[in-house]
Structure formats: C-alpha cells, structure tokens
Design a protein around this ligand. Structure first.
Ligand code: CA
Length: 220
C-alpha cells in the first residue's frame, strides 16, 4: 500500500536509470560534456527528456516550443520525437549555450526541424504572437530564468492550441519551495506560479515529482 511517492535512494535511482533510461550515444555525450561545465547541473535529467519524447509521440505533436535551450539536451529529445516535418522553435539568450546546442543538433541531423532564436525569450514569444502563432503549439517547455516565469506561462497559454501541453521544469526547486524561510526571489516566483496553476481553471494539471519537479498543464 502506498500513499506517497517512493523516495529514491542512490541505489534505487541507479537501478531505475539502468532499466528506465534509453539514452543515445549522442545524448550521453552531450550530457557528459555539459556536466563538466560549472553550471552543468541545470540540465534536465535523461528520464525527463525521455518522458518528453513519449508525451510528444502520444500527442502526435508537430509543433513545439522551448524556452531556455541551455546546451540542447531537452531540445534534442523533443526534436527527435517530432515527426519528419515537425518544428521546434527554441529560445535561448546565451550565444555560447546556443553554439553547443547547435553543434549537437547538427550531429543528430535535427537542425532542419529546429529554429533557434537568440534573444530574450519573452521578446521571441511576443513576436510569435504578433505573427499569428497563437493557438498553434502542441507542446511547450518552460525551463529558463525564474523571474519571468509567470510571463512565460501566460504567453505559452496564448501560444498553445486547445489541448496543447505546457511543461514547466524546476517546480519543486530542490525542495526549497516548501521551506517558508526561503524568500529568495526565484523561489518565490516558482511558488507563486505553482499556487496560481493549482487554481487555474484554464488548464488541467498534473505535477510530477520527476527530476526537479515537472508541472504538466494541458490547455483546456
Ligand atoms: Ca531546469
């Protein structure tokens, strides 16, 4: 009988990864290269990337949006799951991160499916809205700076088609969201959005304790 989510010990997590994760050599190489960077711990875990692939297949998603590319791991997972004529529009502000991502996307032969915009993401999102992309995206992933989180969420709701899925990373923020003494601005932004989506009748909600916590919000 279980009334809670099973905590994963190191041993159990190792077992889980051994039987659950199907990572290509290229994805493993990207993950290992990224892990060597001082900011390498912010990349998504392989099971999250694989989960996105499954969601995209299940939805038959054709058009995806990613806010916060970093070195390209999640983008690679998303793009490889999209059909041949699928499209991922990817937002990244850091030129250096985008360079690494592009190198791997090229090597995976996925470059043609991905359009990267190197600019503040909210500017790119506004341009998409102005250019008629509202209500067209099937799958949208928010994984960028936390201070603009609410802004990204509201724009994603406009860009998603009815039935489209918005995924938001880091919603459990290494447990910090549950610490009332943690008043860091990023923690507060995540907490505020979690509370807002909890009450948000515009979406169906499932928050999954995978990786650093993943919210799935389906636009009604
Ligand atoms: Ca993240």
């Amino acid at each position: 009988m279980s009334h809670t989510t099973l905590p994963l010990s190191d041993r159990l997590y190792e077992y889980y990864q051994a039987v659950a994760t199907r990572e290509t050599e290229l994805l493993a190489a990207l993950r290992e290269e990224t892990a060597k960077r001082p900011d390498g711990t912010i990349q998504i875990s392989p099971e999250v990337g694989q989960f996105f692939g499954l969601l995209i297949e299940l939805m038959g998603a054709q058009k995806a949006l990613e806010i916060g590319v970093f070195t390209g791991y999640s983008g690679l997972c998303i793009a490889q799951a999209l059909p041949f004529d699928g499209k991922l529009i990817a937002c990244e502000i850091n030129q250096d991160h985008a360079k690494t991502a592009l190198r791997y996307w090229r090597e995976a032969g996925l470059e043609r499916k991905i359009e990267i915009h190197i600019a503040p993401a909210w500017e790119t999102l506004d341009t998409l809205l102005e250019n008629g992309h509202a209500n067209t995206f099937d799958f949208l992933f928010i994984d960028a700076d936390k201070e603009n989180l609410d802004r990204y969420y509201e724009r994603c709701l406009l860009l998603a088609r009815p039935g489209g899925l918005i995924a938001i990373d880091n919603v459990l923020w290494k447990g910090r969201v549950a610490d009332p003494e943690d008043v860091d601005l990023d923690t507060q932004a995540i907490r505020a959005l979690n509370e807002k989506i909890h009450e948000d009748a515009r979406v169906s909600l499932s928050m999954i304790p995978i990786g650093d916590g993943l919210t799935l919000a389906r636009k009604r």
